[in-house]
Design a protein around this ligand. Structure first.
Ligand SMILES: NC(=O)c1ccc[n+]([C@@H]2O[C@H](COP(=O)([O-])OP(=O)(O)OC[C@H]3O[C@@H](n4cnc5c(N)ncnc54)[C@H](O)[C@@H]3O)[C@@H](O)[C@H]2O)c1
Length: 310
């Protein structure tokens, strides 16, 4: 937590802006929350209050931390007031490129010249759209809804983004407890939304087969891979299942194993059972790796079942 409150601005107080303001405020930053609409600002603070109380009821924060955090949020309908003396600005206005460009144009004119200008865009390569004078300080920090809770933030650097702007952003994100993932370049949908898109596309294809209903697919996912992926991503999960098994299963579904998978199978690097796959298990026994996965899954199942009972 910073010793002296550092100020940052959140532009747009909708679903994401409200969560962002709460997140930074509860981590001790002075947040200037800007929106054109007074109603949006009032609602954003109200939603932060509700979420903070929920965290306090849950035992994550002290009851006194609710008001402390709310006191760190200043709302304003003036863009220039919001960015005075800030070191970081994040825009979360609607996903309309022309609107985002307009906001960045204005920020370029009125924000402190060394302030990082971040966009929470889900899709646009805003960096390539920027005029030369601000391009060095523009980047994407893509939070997930609800921003105050989901740990991952995808950080996307443009060709002209300075290393300093990236470092400031990564440092800030770590300071508020996030897991920032730096992408070496822009790719539409970044990492996670592309993976989500492929899951959704397959869900539609299965639906089209007429063998299950949408709620059946949702229940199937909730009761299987959503839990398993919470304790290990696709590559760790493939390593645990065995890469030879994964390659054969892909083949059986008419998908030739992609080269990184086929090459490992060819070499005999089959995952946990051979000590090496996508990861090197550095001599850890396969039993130990499996036990660690199972322990984490049991913790999660405990919480999941508790949630189902409430
Ligand atoms: N909603 C999500 O799940 C989600 C997740 C990740 C990223 N995003 C991205 O975050 C951004 C914001 O999304 P959202 O869902 O919070 O939108 P939203 O519609 O809930 O909120 C946008 C807010 O911006 C305000 N606004 C509009 N024009 C403005 C301007 N010129 N200056 C200041 N404020 C202005 C609106 O009054 C509104 O309160 C988008 O780029 C979106 O793609 C959204």
């Amino acid at each position: 937590m910073p010793s002296e409150k550092k100020a940052l601005a959140v532009i747009g107080a909708g679903i994401m802006g409200a969560g962002l303001a709460q997140l930074f405020a509860q981590n001790g930053y002075a947040v200037r929350l800007h929106d054109l609409s007074e109603d949006a600002l009032t609602q954003a603070v109200e939603s932060a209050r509700i979420n903070l109380r929920m965290q306090s009821d849950f035992g994550w924060i002290e009851p006194s931390a609710v008001d402390e955090a709310l006191r760190n949020i200043e709302t304003t309908t003036s863009l220039s007031d919001s960015v005075a003396e800030v070191f970081f600005v994040i825009e979360a206005v609607p996903e309309v490129l022309a609107l985002k460009k307009e906001v960045f144009d204005n920020l370029g004119k009125i924000s402190p010249p060394d302030a990082v200008l971040a966009s929470n865009t889900s899709t646009f390569d805003v960096m390539s759209e920027m005029p030369e004078d601000i391009a060095g300080r523009v980047l994407i920090t893509h939070f997930f809804n609800p921003a105050q809770l989901v740990p991952l933030v995808e950080v996307v650097k443009g060709e002209r983004t300075s290393d300093g702007a990236v470092e400031t952003s990564m440092e800030l994100l770590r300071a508020v407890g996030k897991y920032p993932l730096l992408l070496k370049r822009y790719l539409p949908g970044f990492v996670v939304n592309r993976i989500q898109l492929s899951i959704n596309a397959m869900a539609f294809m299965i639906l089209n087969e007429g063998i299950v209903e949408p709620e059946d697919i949702d229940k199937a996912i909730e009761n299987s891979i959503s839990l398993r992926l919470a304790v290990g991503g696709p590559f760790a999960t493939m390593d645990l299942g065995g890469l030879d098994v994964m390659a054969a299963s892909a083949q059986a579904m008419g998908v030739p194993p992609p080269p990184p998978l086929a090459e490992r199978v060819e070499r005999g690097d089959l995952g946990v059972k051979t000590g090496k796959g996508f990861y090197d298990y550095a001599g850890a026994s396969s039993d130990d790796v499996i036990k660690r996965r199972d322990y984490r899954l049991m913790l999660l199942l405990d919480a999941y079942r508790k949630g189902l009972d409430e």
